[in-house]
Design a protein around this ligand. Structure first.
Ligand code: NAD
Ligand code: WQD
Length: 345
């Protein structure tokens, strides 16, 4: 059994990826400091897969503690590095914490990989690096635009750090995955997205409104140059996204990567507007969602969706689930989580 270290493995995308890795036969070691997730997620992963991943509660800002994880698990062959702070607005408020957390963590992981001779890493990047793209759909060759917030800048810097690091260390293989907008939850509804406090992202805000936790959804702008005036994004199912990580790990471990540093867009290739998402969600629940149109949110781009041909052809991966099925999974998760929460009270 091959061992993969998953940083941020109790988080939203990490937990779904741990499930897919275990189901594909990998042994998983999770590292997470639980700054944005809960230890109970490990129980849920075990409930879904029948296997309990190893869990190390470690802060990757702590270099020694990071090295100790590699010391304790000498069979690690690859790392998937999810751990990061990810709230765009918060990153404007506390930029140094974002730079320290996201950049120090990556540096400590690379140092540990060097010391313990681990050669493969998959990195969580973001379509945010493209900013407002000049051409749609956006390809991996599209220019990187100046980040509109420290969060996005940490992704750009991390990509550059790995590229620079490979110059004297060409034996290190990197796959950088640029996610578009991950949404939805595992079909079991045992794991899903669990934002702490008021959600910034569209779909958790929608499900929390539908369940009565929020008064109404604010739609940020209906005066964009799009068919219905609301902004367009590429919403990708989190389980589809998780599977792309398994494919990436296989590619690295089998030596099938064509270049030492590869970048793939992970999206569906289809753009949906905010109003389309609302309509699709209403179809899923069979009930109207309470929303109102307000002004644009600062820093938002008008539209972005992926050209997925490179990931489809070269990685051999394709998003399979459609928007309605994905929104249904998000709704099921919200309902399941809140009913469990009531039981706990
Ligand atoms: P998440 O917050 O649910 O998961 C991240 C996990 O990392 C959390 O469990 C958190 O506790 C942990 N973590 C953070 N800093 C850490 C540290 N110093 N040491 C140890 N653990 C630490 O976020 P997510 O949505 O699952 O995102 C995973 C990755 O994907 C992040 O790198 C994020 O930037 C990237 N990404 C997310 C999205 C999105 O919309 N969710 C889009 C593009 C890219
Ligand atoms: C989607 C659309 C909003 C909330 C963010 C990060 C990006 C990436 C993914 C990490 C937009 C609209 C939202 C609401 C709304 N993360 N909206 N009312 O902004 O595309 O991307 O998450 O890398 O870097 O910026 O995602 O879900 O916040 O918004 O109308 O209450 O929904 O304006 O058009 P976004 P989102």
């Amino acid at each position: 059994m091959r061992t993969v270290l998953v940083t941020g493995g109790t988080g939203y995308i990490g937990s779904h990826t741990v499930v897919e890795l275990q189901e594909a036969g990998y042994k998983v070691v999770i590292v997470d400091n639980l700054s944005n997730s809960y230890a109970e997620v490990v129980d849920s992963i075990e409930a879904i897969t029948g296997t309990r991943p190893v869990f190390e509660k470690v802060d990757l800002k702590d270099r020694e503690a990071t090295l100790e994880v590699f010391e304790a698990h000498p069979n690690i062959e690859a790392v998937i590095h999810f751990a990061a702070l990810k709230a765009v607005g918060e990153s404007v408020e506390i930029p140094l914490e974002y730079y320290k957390n996201n950049i120090d963590s990556l540096i400590h992981i690379l140092e540990a990989m060097q010391q313990y001779d681990v050669k493969n890493i998959v990195f969580s990047s973001s379509c945010t690096v493209y900013g407002e793209p000049d051409q749609l759909p956006v390809t991996e060759q599209a220019p990187i635009k100046k980040a509109n917030a420290p969060y996005g800048n940490t992704k750009q810097i991390c990509e550059e750090i790995m590229q620079d690091y490979r110059v004297p260390n060409p034996q290190i293989n990197v796959i950088s995955l640029r996610y578009f907008n991950p949404i939805g939850a595992h079909p079991s509804a045992l794991i899903g997205e669990l934002p702490i406090g008021v959600p910034n992202n569209l779909v958790p805000f929608i499900t929390q409104t539908a369940i009565g936790l929020r008064e109404e959804l604010k739609v940020f702008g209906d005066d964009y140059n799009t068919p219905d005036g609301s902004a367009i994004r590429d919403y990708i199912n989190v389980v589809d996204l998780a599977k792309a990580h398994v494919v990436s790990i296989e590619r690295l471990l089998n030596g099938n990567n064509k270049q030492g540093y590869e970048i793939f867009n992970l999206g569906t290739g289809k753009g949906n507007s905010v109003l389309e998402v609302i309509k699709a969600f209403e179809k899923v629940t069979g009930a109207p969602l309470k929303y109102k149109i307000v002004g644009r949110r600062e820093g938002d781009v008008e539209q972005v969706y992926a050209d997925t041909r490179y990931a489809n052809d070269e990685l051999g991966w394709k998003a399979e689930k459609d928007l309605e099925e994905t929104l249904a999974s998000a709704w099921k998760w919200e309902q399941h989580y809140r009913s469990k929460e009531k039981e706990r009270e």
